[in-house]
Design a protein around this ligand. Sequence first.
Ligand code: 13P
Length: 255
Amino acid sequence: MRRKIVAGNWKMNKTPSEAVALVNELKPLVESKDVDVVFCVPDIDIIPVVEAVKGTKIKIGAENMYFEENGAYTGEVSPNMLVDAGVTYVIVGHSERREHFAETNETVNKKVLKAFEHNLIPIICCGETLIQREQGVTIDFVRTQIKSAFARVPASNAKKAIIAYEPIWAIGTGKVATPEQAQEVCQEIRSCIRELYDDETADMIRIQYGGSVNADSAPFLFSQPDIDGGLVGGASLKTDFGRIVNYDRQLAYRI
Ligand code: 13P
């Protein structure tokens, strides 16, 4: 049985003092014995947020990193810097980075390999555009992204990775994928991992859905057989995040 993992992606939101205030507000709401909870925050917020979650089970993630340890790469942050600051997870290949910052399948793969070298757990993002969905090429496109991201990654590391399926048309649009649409692609992603590796890796790897997840949709999405939690943008900046983490209690109320 895979443990659910719900991560907030704060994107470019919250100054360091605002970040600490938000963490202090969310801390009591996101306690769960069944769900791993991660806050992925802007680099400048990492150190104060790591401090603010001390004594809780919440883990901190970065939203990006570079694939070198140090050197003349003005403006970049390295995996060893993240580890030293207390980071556990790192988002790699978010569609916003692919679109605005020229992230490619190749750089995503380099970052995935580098993250594992430093014992950081990558949250590897994939997902199609609306045009690709309408053209019926979603599965091929996502499979290519996954195969490329996992190139030269051994099974021993692959099974620890998190994959976030985030259809681009659902991100920040309020247009959440139906549980069936999300399950279909997440199931394909797991099959792809099974082909690349083995049953054990495919059964262990955790696959999140992301794209306009909110407290109402989370229970239906997260109860799909191949969806192991969510990567949450906008709703992770609000108290709704607590309801998303505790989606199973909502499900109980509804039944
Ligand atoms: P929203 O939840 O705001 O749609 O963002 C999803 C996302 O991009 C998480 O990485």
